[in-house]
Structures are given as C-alpha cells and as structure tokens.
Design a protein around this ligand. Structure first.
Ligand code: KDG
Ligand code: MG
Length: 469
C-alpha cells in the first residue's frame, strides 16, 4: 500500500481515457479493449504485490488462489464460501446464505467477486471490504452484502488461523465468559407455547421468544399455524416449491399478543426473560399500542415492529412505551443503523452479520451502538449457516455492549456438512479455542445434498392485498 504506484498504475483511468481516443483512430475496438483490460489488471496486480510484501512480519506473503462457492441443502439451503490461499492447507470458510435468494448470491460470488480476489492479499480484510463495497459503483443490497459477508468471514477465518488464535482474541479478547442466548417457543395456543417454553427453561435457557398462532388466521409468523400436521404436510407437498401464503390481520394479532404474555407471566413467573418478534408487520400506531400494552409483562425486548424503510417511525413507539425495542435483521447497510442508534430510538440493534457485510461491518455497528448505550442482539436463525453463528458469538464475546444472542440447534445432517460453530451451555453460547472462526465444510458431504428451490412464505390480508411478511 505504501509502495509508489507503478507506471501502469499511474496511467490509471486517465491513461485509459487518453489511449481510448488514439485507439479510435488506429486500432480496432477489439484489440483496444484487450489493451485496456491488460492495463487495469496490471494496476491491480501492482497494488497487490506492494501490499502483500508488507503483511505480517516474519510470515511469507500470502495470496488468494481460489474462491470456491458451495451451494448445498443439508436440511435447508446454505451457500458456503471457501477462500483458498497460496499457503498449502490454509483456507478460510464463510457463509453467504440469503434465504430464498441463495443462487443470486452464489452467482454474484462466482461470476463477479471471485475474479477480483484471486492474487489479492487475504490479510487485508478492511481494504478488501472497502474494495468490494465501494469499488463496483453499484453498491449494497441484500445479495451483494451477503456475498461480501461470506468473503469477509472467510478472510477473518484465515487471519485467525494464521495467528493461531480464535477470532475473539483478534477482536480484542474476552469481555465475558459466555453470550446470553435466547431460543424460540411457539405454539398453536397459549398452553402449547407455555409447554415449549418450560422445556427450553429445563434445558437451561433463561430467555425465551414466544410466538402463538392467531385464531382465525391461516399461518402466523414463527408458529406452527392452526392447521393439523396432516393438513400442513399436504399443503407443503402440493406447493411444488412455491411460497405458502399466510393471512394476517393486525386487529386479531393485537388482541391476542398481550393476552399471551399476561398468560406466560402468570404461569412462568417473573424470572424468565420473554421476547416477541413482530416481524415488521405493524404500522407505527399499532406498534406503539402493542408496546404500551405489553409494559406490565416486562419483555426483554419487542423485536422488529416496523418495516425497515422509515426508521423515524420508531419515535412514535418510544413516545408511548417503555418496552425495550430491537430492530435490524432486514438491514443490509451500515447506514440503516445510524438514525435508530444515534437518536436512541431502540435498545438493541439486531443486524444479521451475514447480510450487513460480515464481522468487519458488525464491529462498526457495535462500536457506534456502544457510544449511544444501545446493545447488540445479532440475528441468529436457522437460515444462516454455522459460520455466521460463529461470527456472532466471536463478536459477542469481545464487545462491551453485547445484549443477547438468538441461536438455533442445527440438525446432525447439517453438522455433517458444516462442522464446528458455537455451543450452548446453561443459557449461554460459547466458541471453542480453535483458531479462526472454528467451522469447516465437508465438500464431499455437501455434494450429496443438492440445492432445492425454496421460498419464505408471503402474507396477505383477508381482502387479498399484500402484507409485509
Ligand atoms: O429468512 C428469514 C428469517 O431469518 C426470519 O424470518 C427469522 O425473524 C427471524 C428471527 O428473528 O429469527
Ligand atoms: Mg426476527
């Protein structure tokens, strides 16, 4: 980076434009294009050579030699990234899964991103992040930011392996012994939710997210719905891989949810922390009413009340309630987080490290949030892979303003393809002391689980109009 630019670099864009004029007079357009491509490639190579010479004193220079994209469906679809390096046996594993749009991310990685990375120094994580985010002009969006997160995780994994340290050490070392975790309790009725919550508490969970099916509505986010298992199975089998439609009515939902938490508090007592996910379905005034009516039941937080577009609407909820608020799993830009954090309109920022640009982005969100007394609650569902869950916990363990961690137990079939990842014990998540992220991918096992097209459900109102899912 400190090396003076080579002649080819100095030519840069200006050289390219000047030469293009001459080319119009003399050369054919095709041969001109070849010259331009060679100049640009040389430019990048010169910068890379300069920078890798200066990386990690005492260690030989390192280069990325290949980026492999592995699309696999061990129980559900995952997109994994394996970044290989010039050091034999040294590679990094990342996760670039975007639920329902997996192949778009895989194509972005394979067709557009991978050619840019070969020959770069994998140790320059921040520079690579900036290059992939700000370099291509068309920046951002969930597909590109998920692809970028996959690369970012793999590069941090390489750095940890090279340093022979678990990632949380490189991120500043432990600030806590474990990351407080929450699990999901869902049911067709209040008694079933209570039963599932009790089982989770027996398993050691101190925090439980509760969701219940709404009577009269077909399907409710985060619940088994009102259908019998047979009816649900028939429906899924007849969908031919197309999205299911759920029906949502805010009036029924707003009537039922406060009663659920009144019930759970009465049955489960005051100690257990309860959470609820609105899944971006409410209007501001509805969310303000719900947050207000939930106050007596002292939720840990009320999650994602509003659509992600208009952050200022959170002011209305704040003005009417002291129920703690969390928001952010749909955000895919660092700048989405800024208004909510700097105005202290939320208490927990819950970005998905896999969709906001990885660990490099997550650390910045956490640092900004720390300054405004906002805590983290990174998204941790089953539709992001174990490497992202590992990234969550490495960051959780190393920041001062960690709040809570959503988690899932992956089935054995997933673990056969993707090993490692954080472990749950007595209410907390932790990582092993393996160097890097601590995950690996078995490519042979992955091949045996080919991708299956799958969609998230969609939602409509009773009159047939589209509702945010
Ligand atoms: O892909 C969408 C899921 O990740 C999301 O529905 C899960 O809201 C969710 C949560 O809080 O885990
Ligand atoms: Mg959610």
């Amino acid at each position: 980076m400190h090396k003076p630019l080579s002649k080819a670099s100095q030519l840069g864009r200006r050289g390219f434009l000047g030469l293009a004029g001459v080319a119009a007079l003399s050369d054919s357009l095709l041969s001109r294009k070849r010259v331009v491509r060679a100049l640009l490639a040389k430019d990048m190579l010169a910068e890379n050579t300069g920078s890798s010479a200066g990386s990690s004193p005492g260690l030989p220079p390192l280069k990325i030699t290949d980026v492999r994209v592995i699309v696999t469906c061990p129980d559900r679809n995952y997109v994994l990234v394996k970044v290989l390096t010039s050091e034999p046996g040294l590679y990094g594993v990342g996760d670039a899964t975007l639920n329902g749009r997996e192949l778009a991310v895989a194509a972005d990685l394979e067709q557009h991103i991978s050619p840019l990375l070969v020959d770069r120094d994998p140790e320059q994580i921040e520079d690579t992040w900036q290059y992939l985010y700000r370099g291509p002009y068309w920046r951002g969006g969930p597909v590109q930011m998920t692809a970028l997160a996959g690369i970012d995780l793999a590069l941090w994994d390489i750095k940890g392996k090279r340093a022979n340290m678990p990632l949380y050490q490189l991120l500043g070392g432990r600030t806590r012994t474990g990351a407080l975790a929450y699990t999901h309790a869902s049911g067709r009725d209040f008694a079933e939710v209570e039963d599932v919550a009790r089982r989770a508490m027996k398993r050691g969970f101190k925090c439980v997210r509760a969701q219940v099916a709404i009577p009269g509505l077909e399907g409710t986010y985060g619940t088994p719905g009102n259908k019998t298992p047979e009816a649900a199975a028939w429906r899924v089998a007849n969908l031919a891989g197309l999205p299911q439609t759920e029906v949502f009515e805010p009036a029924s939902y707003l009537r039922v949810v406060p009663r659920l938490f009144e019930y759970l508090r009465a049955k489960l007592g005051p100690e257990v922390e309860l959470l609820h996910d609105c899944h971006e379905r409410l209007d501001p005034i509805q969310a303000a009413r719900l947050a207000h009516e939930l106050e007596p039941y002292h939720l840990f937080f009320l999650e994602d009340c509003l659509r992600p577009e208009y952050k200022e609407s959170f002011r209305l909820i704040r003005e009417h309630s002291t129920t703690p608020l969390a928001m952010g799993e749909l955000f895919n830009s660092l700048w989405d987080c800024v208004p909510l954090i700097k105005e202290q309109l939320i208490d927990y920022i819950r970005c998905d490290l896999g969709h906001i640009g990885g660990i490099t982005a997550g650390r910045k969100v956490a640092a900004l949030a720390e300054l405004f007394q906002v805590r983290t609650a990174w998204h941790g569902p089953g539709d992001i892979g174990p490497p992202t869950h590992a990234a969550n916990v490495h960051v959780d363990l190393s920041i001062p303003n960690f709040g809570i961690q959503e988690m899932v137990f992956f089935p054995d079939v997933t673990r056969e393809v993707i090993s490692g990842g954080p472990e749950f014990k007595d209410g907390y998540m932790n990582v092993s002391d393996l160097p890097g992220l601590g995950c690996d991918v078995n490519e042979e096992a992955a091949k045996k689980c080919p991708y299956r097209r799958a969609y998230l459900p969609t939602a409509r109102r009773k009159d047939g109009s589209v509702q945010d899912w």
